[in-house]
Design a protein around this ligand. Sequence first.
Ligand SMILES: N[C@@H](CCC(=O)N[C@@H](CS)C(=O)NCC(=O)O)C(=O)O
Length: 287
Amino acid sequence: MATLFARVVCADRSGKESEVAAVIGNAATAVHVDLGVSGQAQHMIASAEKSGRSDDAAARADRGELRYRTRMLPILYSFRRCPYAMRARLALDASAQACELREVVLKHKPDAMLQASPKGTVPVLIVSDGTVIDESLDIMTWALDRNDPEQWLTPEMESHTQMLSLVRQFDTHFKFHLDRYKYPTRYADADADASRDEASADLQSLEVRLTGTRWLYGERTALADMAIAPFVRQFASVDASWFASQPWPQVRRWLATIVASARFQRVMRPVDAWIAGAPGIAFPFDH
Ligand SMILES: N[C@@H](CCC(=O)N[C@@H](CS)C(=O)NCC(=O)O)C(=O)O
């Protein structure tokens, strides 16, 4: 898999630009770039050329016909099994937003992540200008604002605001009860059965929606589907046979479709934990 943390933009004398890095990002050969060092950029171009993927870019750079610059890619601190990080990765994948993925061990959070976001939760995205985005929903919106080819931000039915209010209901009421249902011993006040009932009421409202349409907001996926599904998946796995026996065939169909999708499988690909100082992993992963 290619290791790519910078885009290299080449411009010829007429000023016409082309992004060599996009090519390298998909190349089979691994190229590690030291950010912002033009010699490394030249190395990248040469490597791309050697792998036969980039016309004659290296030769043209040598002849001074091209100038090039590197642009740092966003860094995503993530934890594979965290539902918040999952939805951030789903949106980054949908928007084809290249970034450097750093898989975190929650018990040993990297200093660099804590410096950027002292609250210590994943996901954290550090964008190229240094801006830190440390709420998963904000990361989704940031990515989709830049590129939203599947129109996740524009639901087919109802408004963006209404869609966000359903997401908020799941982020608050459903999540609160999911935690108490899944981990009753962690909460002094937990009543697992009562919490299961409370969360079930939220799922019943999804069942009603999904009886009329394939997805929560129409016949195509929207932000709400992907923002909510990772939490419903967690709920379903607490007691799979109980979940299968509930009167929610449409919720099961919806969840199974998302979990089996190529995108979900892709963002759940196992990755090694990031070691400080070492390169992370190019994300989104190749299709
Ligand atoms: N509101 C945050 C919540 C993120 C969150 O709570 N992530 C969990 C993992 S699923 C976490 O990092 N917890 C800190 C820890 O376990 O140390 C978001 O949407 O990004």
